[in-house]
Design a protein around this ligand. Sequence first.
Ligand code: FES
Ligand code: FES
Length: 155
Amino acid sequence: MIKRIWNINSQQTPVRFDDDARLLDVLRDNLDQIGTKESCNQGECGACSVLIGSELRLACLTLAASLPDDTQILTVEGLSQVSLGHNLQQAFLQSGIIQCGYCTPGMLLAAMALLMRNPKPTRDQVLRAISGNLCRCSGYNSIVDAILSAVNRVN
Ligand code: FES
Ligand code: FES
């Protein structure tokens, strides 16, 4: 059993997990962060995306033991605490693009990672930023429109 103290959504959080546990399982099963979705389990869909520091990472492919104490993790549950994340959530809600919603947490975090490194992305840059996130319901144009409208709220 491994013990760590991570910073999850700005809270110092003690965690315990098996040596071979994935970050996805620790978040969902040990910490009840079920907004981080489990879908393909093989790095193909982006549903399990989280931010580690400012880097977008797939929790299904991340070994929890590889993350040291004080690792900063942002999940969709913490997005509303950050003004950029709040703006993105509002833009998604107002655009009406959320259908089944399964992809939405990963889309939001992919958008957040983009806007943290590039506050004024082009449409093409937004499309590329969410290219690892699959949505079977909504169509990508409306998702890109929502992300660009969040950009316009900030700028
Ligand atoms: S569940 Fe991790 S990429 Fe699909
Ligand atoms: S809203 Fe259903 S997968 Fe995107």
